[in-house]
Write a protein that binds this ligand. Structure first.
Ligand code: SF4
Ligand code: SF4
Length: 60
């Protein structure tokens, strides 16, 4: 699943506006709703802080 690196996230909210399934919320830091995320990877491309990545468990 999508993982937020909390040390990198600056809470800019950009990923929230690009997520097609409204899986992301940013209050202070970004949070992912795993039930909504379809792992499209769009947010990873837009994050200016390189704070988003796909965790290993996504492939299990
Ligand atoms: S991977 Fe896609 S669906 Fe999941 S949080 Fe990012 S933009 Fe939203
Ligand atoms: S785009 Fe990146 S830095 Fe901005 S809120 Fe999302 S995860 Fe955090």
């Amino acid at each position: 699943m999508l993982v937020v690196n909390e040390d990198r996230c600056v809470g800019c909210g950009l990923c929230v506006s690009f997520c097609p399934t409204e899986a992301l919320k940013a209050w202070g830091l970004c949070h992912v709703d795993p039930d909504r995320c379809n792992e499209c990877l769009v947010c990873i491309d837009y994050c200016p802080a390189d704070a988003l990545s796909m965790g290993e468990e996504a492939r299990r």
